[in-house]
Ligand binder design. Structure first.
Ligand code: PEP
Ligand code: MG
Length: 544
């Protein structure tokens, strides 16, 4: 087995023979035997034909990749109408007695070089578009095409690079994936591959001897394997099947409201553990991030993350979610989650120890750093802040005071801050018992059933020996959830659930009947849950 790595353009797995495509170099004479007028007429004919072809490519891209991607070909058409470009071609034909092919190539290269010299990577990537246009006109002049790129069979295409027109012309029903040696992630080819949902890697140093061999393209890790070992192949096949299943669910559900047969609506959001997970949430059409476990920034590091580092991560997630709500939970370390930078002492009962909000309220400098980063990120979308492990009204008030202090400081510094909802995790029996009082202090509750179950049943969630005693459907836990929902609603709080129980499909109907407003689950559980919800009928006559 051989392998190579590259930069992933789109996650996803492709399995099939590798097909190496090599563009044929166009051969033409530089000096024309025709008059400049005749060459200009040849150029004009080819230009008009290229415009017509671009119209066809626009339609195909519109169909397969959407309007934004198809706009590339509108830009190409505009280039072919650009006065400077046309003058440049004319100048070479007249000044050098050149063939139209030669003039188009020289003018295209000169324009591409101008774009390449601009510092902005997006503008640099446009040079490939100009070369693409020139090549198309030259092909028309020579009456030649790109030939059959996939050699007749479904395959993963490998090429030094691909132009947007080559990418769109590929027969998508036979294209399994793309790897290129060159190209940038902002090139239009990359944009098209993403929009067409084709797993793709760039910057892969592939070997010409790999042509025709079985390959696995792992768009998640950025690896391509040639002649994969049987174990790896079957693992990848399984993951690929999982992707296909998710994809078909997605096609069924995308854009459809998340509503039961009798009209009850509920949000299904995703839990994420790092900024890197946000793509998974988007791929699964999550309606928001119901729980962003922010502690990942503090784990495995000796130094606590700076405000700037935290801000950059939060902003990335908030921007990616594009206006959908992102609930950022403040630091929840201690117990099973240890962060070396806090130098926490060993405790007799860590689950009942110095953790979560207790740490934040005693180490205010660190707490403020995090809250400032969250508030700053809130200027870029819809952000809610959530405090973990709350057991008293006093804790909520104290945490809110620190939040207000941070907001005032930022405003004094002239730094933009958005409107931020404030909520708490309801994950202790104490919080459930005083849920009415707590609800008066906040905008929302999120039920943390992992901890709520452990504290209600007095069962350590880390101890596998206790599994047989742990009934997640225990009536005590379900009654706690119901009480919290009812108390929240009495005080106009929305109530979500972000513990593992949210993905337990045996309880979905119960949760809907309780009136939960949101379920937040791991990204992979979002679509199956949405499908289930859309098939439920909660009318009383159907209540078992
Ligand atoms: C929970 O306790 O249910 C929860 C969502 O938080 P964590 O699992 O991070 O403690
Ligand atoms: Mg918890």
């Amino acid at each position: 087995m051989q392998s190579a790595t590259g930069k992933s353009i789109l996650g996803g797995i492709a399995i099939g023979p590798l097909c190496i495509y090599q563009r044929e170099e166009s051969v033409f004479s530089a000096i024309s035997s025709l008059t400049p007028e005749e060459e200009l007429a040849r150029f004009e004919g080819a230009r008009l034909k290229a415009m017509e072809q671009l119209g066809g490519l626009y339609e195909k891209a519109l169909d397969e990749a959407g309007e934004e991607s198809a706009a590339i070909f509108e830009i190409h058409r505009m280039m072919l109408e650009d006065g400077d470009y046309l003058d440049a071609v004319k100048g070479v034909i007249e000044g050098q007695n050149a063939t139209a092919e030669r003039a188009v190539t020289i003018a295209g290269e000169n324009f591409a070089a101008v774009f390449e010299a601009i510092e902005d990577p997006y503008m640099q990537a446009r040079s490939a578009d100009i070369r693409d246009i020139s090549r198309q006109v030259v092909n028309i002049l020579l009456d030649s095409g790109d030939g059959e790129m996939l050699k007749g069979q479904p395959a993963i295409l490998a090429a030094d690079d691909l132009t947007p027109s080559e990418t769109v012309q590929l027969d998508k029903s036979r294209l399994l994936g793309i790897i290129t040696r060159y190209g940038s992630s902002s090139s239009h080819t990359a944009i098209l591959a993403r929009a067409m949902n084709i797993p793709a890697l760039i910057g892969v140093d592939f070997d010409s001897s790999w042509d025709g061999k079985t390959a696995v393209l792992d768009g998640y890790s950025g690896c391509v394997y040639i002649d994969p070992a049987p174990g790896l192949l079957s693992e990848m096949e399984q993951r690929h099947q999982g992707d296909l299943k998710r994809e078909s669910l997605l096609q069924d559900l995308k854009g459809k409201p998340n509503i039961t047969l009798d009209g009850r609506e509920i949000k299904v959001c995703a839990n994420i553990g790092s900024a890197g997970d946000v793509n998974l949430a988007l791929q699964n059409d999550a309606q928001g991030i119901g729980l962003f476990r922010s502690e990942f920034l503090y784990l495995d590091t000796e130094d606590s993350p700076t405000e700037e580092q935290q801000f950059a991560h939060y902003k990335q997630v908030v921007e990616a979610m594009d206006g959908k709500r992102v609930v950022i939970r403040t630091l929840d370390i201690g117990a099973d989650k240890q962060a070396p930078c806090f130098h926490l002492e060993k405790e007799e009962n860590p689950a009942l120890g110095y953790r979560a909000i207790r740490i934040s309220l005693t180490q205010k400098k660190i707490f403020k750093q995090q809250l400032r980063a969250i508030l700053r990120a809130s200027a870029f979308g819809t952000v809610s802040v959530m405090f973990p492990m709350i057991i008293s009204v006093q804790e909520v008030r104290e945490a809110r005071e620190v939040l207000e202090e941070c907001r005032e400081e930022l405003e004094d510094q002239g730094i933009a801050v958005g409107k931020v909802e404030v909520g708490i995790m309801v994950e202790t029996p104490a919080a459930v018992m005083i849920a009415d009082e707590l609800a008066e202090e906040v905008d929302f509750f999120s039920l943390g059933t992992n901890d709520l179950t452990q504290y209600t049943l007095a069962i350590d969630r880390q101890n596998p020996r206790l599994d047989r005693f742990c009934d997640p459907h225990h009536p005590a836990v379900l009654r706690m959830i119901r009480q919290a929902v009812e108390a929240g609603h009495r005080h106009n709080c929305w109530v979500g659930l972000c513990g593992e129980l949210g993905a337990d499909q045996a309880l979905t109907e119960t949760f809907l009947r309780m009136g939960l407003d949101e379920l937040s689950v791991s990204p992979g559980a979002v679509l199956p849950l949405r499908k289930l919800i859309r098939g439920l009928d909660l009318r009383e006559e159907n209540n078992p």
